[in-house]
Design a protein around this ligand. Structure first.
Ligand code: HEC
Ligand code: HEC
Length: 209
């Protein structure tokens, strides 16, 4: 089952890559000025100003662009963020903004995870998943330390060093189906296999990186 999904997904990754989710041609310098509005919540250097807001620093540019576009098309919805996404009308502006945030230094959680026991069990879930429930290890898609894959694969977001409150919210939303803008329902399938305890532990671990 998991293997099948993964194969389907691999095909999809190729299709998306060909379709140009991979961001090219963004100018980080121009992106600094163009992202002034975003700094109010995501920070001047992409370090969010509140633990329930996502860090954008070092995030994959193609992933940033996809999310903003998804908010614009209502494929992802948030009371606060959706109206912000609507202000970015020009594709070149979006490329420049994504280039700016993606080239900032690696993201770090505002309140880093510190519960050793929880971190250790979260690390195990991240790396090995849970064979008993068919949960696939996160590392397979999100890369070592949750830093994503190569620069040419921008489908999998950076999640290592992300804020815990934000991570818990996203995983809960994927699990309930409130957020369903993930390609092929991939993250939803993963999140539905997470128990409350596992969800908390893996988020604590990721925010400690
Ligand atoms: C008033 C606060 C606020 C401002 C200003 C703001 N955002 Fe956001 N942004 C949020 C919140 C809150 C979320 C999380 C939404 C959710 O939980 O679904 C978010 C999510 C995002 C995400 C998804 C991150 C991820 O890891 O999936 C991106 C990308 C993003 N914002 C880009 C931008 C850009 C670009 C701008 C400027 C044009 C901007 N935001 C301005 C509050 C803000
Ligand atoms: C089969 C691949 C795959 C696996 C395994 C996987 N993910 Fe994901 N994940 C994705 C994709 C693709 C996205 C981006 C969805 C989108 O485009 O909106 C994502 C998004 C996320 C997000 C939202 C990030 C953000 O910034 O909003 C979180 C959090 C997350 N995954 C956590 C996990 C955790 C924790 C695990 C392990 C329990 C895991 N993922 C396993 C593919 C995967």
């Amino acid at each position: 089952m998991i293997r099948n999904i993964f194969l389907t997904f691999a095909t999809l990754v190729v299709a998306l890559g060909a379709g140009g989710v991979f961001a090219k041609g963004g100018d980080p310098k121009a992106g600094f000025d163009k992202s002034a509005l975003c700094h109010g919540c995501h920070g001047e250097k992409g370090e969010a100003i509140a633990p329930n807001f996502p860090n954008l620093a070092s995030q994959k540019p193609g992933y940033i662009m996809k999310q903003v576009t998804d908010f614009q098309k209502n494929h992802r919805y948030n009371d606060t963020m959706s109206p912000m996404a609507a202000t970015v009308v020009d594709m070149q502006d979006l490329k420049d903004i994504a280039a700016y945030f993606s080239t900032q230094k690696p993201m770090k959680a505002m309140i880093p995870g510190s519960d050793k026991k929880l971190i250790n069990s979260g690390k195990k879930i991240f790396e090995e998943g849970n064979p008993a429930t068919g949960l696939y290890g996160c590392v397979n898609c999100h890369g070592k330390d949750g830093r994503g894959k190569s620069q040419t694969n921008q489908i999998f977001p950076v999640i290592g060093g992300q804020n815990k409150d934000y991570l818990v919210q996203q995983l809960t939303d994927f699990r309930s189906g409130t957020r369903k803008n993930d390609p092929a329902g991939m993250m939803g399938d993963i999140a539905k296999r997470l128990s409350d305890k596992e969800l908390d532990a893996v988020s604590e671990y990721l925010s400690s990186l």
